[in-house]
Design a protein around this ligand. Structure first.
Ligand SMILES: CCCCCCCCCCCCCC(=O)SCCNC(=O)CCNC(=O)[C@H](O)C(C)(C)COP(=O)(O)OP(=O)(O)OC[C@H]1O[C@@H](n2cnc3c(N)ncnc32)[C@H](O)[C@@H]1OP(=O)(O)O
Length: 182
């Protein structure tokens, strides 16, 4: 199947919109996860989303340095937020590749710029660069992801239906519409 350009949903948030927490318990963005990454994201121009993540002592691997797995988590979240908010269709990570180019010290801010690269049927291709301490800082991490669109039953079958209902209620209160039938 040919890859086509990804077209943002007509109700996708406009450039400049700050994206809220999608789920309070999410390790990537949730505000009820004390040691979580607390990623904050804003929609950029075109098919981009910009996210920031401050590396704390809770995120160490080697002393004073971010753990690579947590950096991969930050990219999973940033790429997932890009897919979910721009396409507004439920999708899960099928594949995530990360290149770690520079060490990321505790106290750094990682500036992650993610772009929707294309779609092929249910597959969504997305990639991101993470720069150290400034939007034009040196690239520390690069990632490419393949997300796969799923129906809502993916979450009701495998996840926690009660928590999912609260999530949907919050989305309804925010008047967010999801296309749940990719
Ligand atoms: C309001 C909006 C707010 C939104 C905010 C949201 C923010 C969210 C932030 C959250 C961030 C965190 C996000 C997370 O952390 S999501 C959590 C981590 N991910 C998962 O748990 C997913 C687990 N995997 C699965 O459930 C299934 O394997 C899926 C659903 C992915 C596919 O199983 P399914 O049976 O349904 O489909 P299929 O197997 O026929 O595959 C379909 C197509 O895909 C291709 N394929 C599949 N896998 C791979 C692979 N690894 N490499 C290359 N290709 C792969 C496959 O070849 C096929 O292609 P084709 O043959 O058609 O060409």
């Amino acid at each position: 199947m040919e890859t086509e350009p990804a077209v943002p949903h007509h109700n996708a948030p406009a450039a400049g919109s700050k994206l809220g927490v999608h789920y309070a318990q999410c390790f990537g963005c949730g505000d009820e996860q004390e040691a979580g990454l607390h990623l904050q994201s804003t929609v950029g121009e075109g098919r981009t989303v910009h996210s920031q993540f401050t590396v704390t002592e809770a995120h160490q691997g080697a002393p004073g340095l971010a753990h690579g797995g947590l950096l991969a988590c930050a990219f999973d979240e940033a790429l997932g937020a890009t897919v979910g908010n721009l396409l507004r269709k439920p999708a899960v990570t099928g594949r995530l590749e990360t290149d770690f180019r520079r060490p990321v010290p505790v106290g750094s801010i990682l500036y992650i710029a993610a772009t929707l690269d294309g779609t092929a049927g249910r597959k969504i291709y997305v990639s991101a660069d993470g720069r150290l301490d400034a939007e034009d800082g040196p690239i520390a991490v690069r990632a490419r992801g393949l997300f796969v669109m799923v129906g809502l039953e993916h979450f009701t079958t495998h996840g926690d239906p009660e928590a999912l209902e609260k999530f949907r209620e919050a989305a309804r209160n925010n008047r967010e519409d999801w296309n749940i039938n990719p």
